[in-house]
Write a protein that binds this ligand. Structure first.
Ligand code: GRG
Length: 305
């Protein structure tokens, strides 16, 4: 059978992602137990354990591991960032926001549990993420200084970036004057922020120095932006294929995207630049230890769905 844990074996990305996602799923399952009142805990677990690629927690573990940190010490931070990602999805799907009926191939939280429970499940996940991060990371023997720093980073990204990105996105919908700077602001805050939080927290609990933490922060920002640019490109190319036309749905919808603003070729160049800039940040690290982060960046840049 395939083994990604042997240091001499070549790095196998798919096995790595599969193993890590499994470990994350187990840890999430154990972190959030059903208590009284059961409905709210079941609602939280419904969305938390609904699948998803687990890109953020895996980035957190890989970042920690690059600096010599143990997976078990990074797992609470990895789970915390996925809890927050999940709560943003629950709230984003609500009728007062995007009003979506399906998420991760399943009915959205409020469709199953009602709007009242969905709002509270999101709120509860948000607070519980910080409790879990603080208590479980400390229990792993990580120093109080590093635990406090990780809590500060995550809360800063959530309160300072995530909400700002969502607000900017909502306010720019239907507007024709959204420029490239505004679009980048939305993506950096709405999407890159949690990927950055994941990588930075991994570096902190993994014992990284300030220089290492900052290099990994820049890596994650590039990867986060790359994620969105590629998403925009795929939206156009996928829908063109589906429609058998040259113009995809994104070129006619009211959502601002990179291809719409700068064209598909230039968008591909931006993606290429971001990918290179991300990989440059890892140049000073041991290439074998950095293999998972390099592979994740490449996967995000070159995926085709
Ligand atoms: C934090 C208080 C507070 C409110 C949140 C609702 C909101 C404010 C923000 C929403 C942000 C949002 C929906 C960002 C989209 C991020 C994104 C790229 C989602 C898709 O991520 P994937 O592809 O999804 O990693 P899976 O399902 O694989 O996890």
């Amino acid at each position: 059978s395939k083994q990604s844990s042997s240091p001499s074996a070549p790095f196998d990305f798919e096995t790595y992602m599969f193993e890590k996602a499994n470990n994350v799923n187990k840890a999430l399952d154990q972190a959030l137990v059903v208590k009284d009142p059961t409905k709210i805990h079941e609602s939280m677990r419904y969305s938390l354990l609904a699948g998803g690629k687990r890109v953020r927690p895996i980035l957190c573990i890989a970042s920690s591991n690059l600096l010599g940190g143990r997976e078990s010490a990074a797992m609470p931070a990895a789970c915390a960032v996925e809890m927050i990602h999940t709560m943003t999805l629950i709230h984003d799907d609500l009728p007062c926001m995007d009003n979506d009926a399906v998420r991760r191939g399943m009915p959205t939280n409020h469709k199953v549990y009602g709007e009242d429970a969905a709002v509270l499940a999101g709120d509860s996940l948000l607070a519980y993420a910080f409790e879990h991060l603080a208590v479980a990371t400390a229990a792993e023997g990580v120093s109080p200084e590093r635990v406090v720093r990780a809590v500060g980073e995550l809360s800063g990204y959530v309160g300072g970036s995530l909400v700002a990105g969502q607000v900017a996105d909502i306010f720019s919908q239907g507007k024709s004057d959204v420029g490239i700077e505004r679009l980048e602001f939305i993506h950096v805050n709405k999407t890159a922020s949690l990927l950055e939080a994941a990588v930075v927290m991994g570096a902190i609990v993994g014992g990284g120095g300030d220089g290492e933490i900052e290099r990994l922060r820049r890596f994650a920002r590039c990867v986060g932006l790359l994620f969105q640019v590629v998403d925009d490109i795929l939206d156009v190319t996928k829908s063109s294929e589906e429609l058998g036309k040259t113009a995809g749905k994104d070129l006619v919808s009211d959502k601002t995207t990179y291809p719409k603003l700068i064209g598909i070729e230039k968008s591909r160049e931006v993606a290429e630049e971001l990918s290179e800039e991300a990989l440059e940040q890892l140049a000073g690290f041991d290439p074998v230890a950095a293999a998972p982060l390099i592979a994740i960046a490449k996967y995000i840049g070159y995926r085709n769905n």
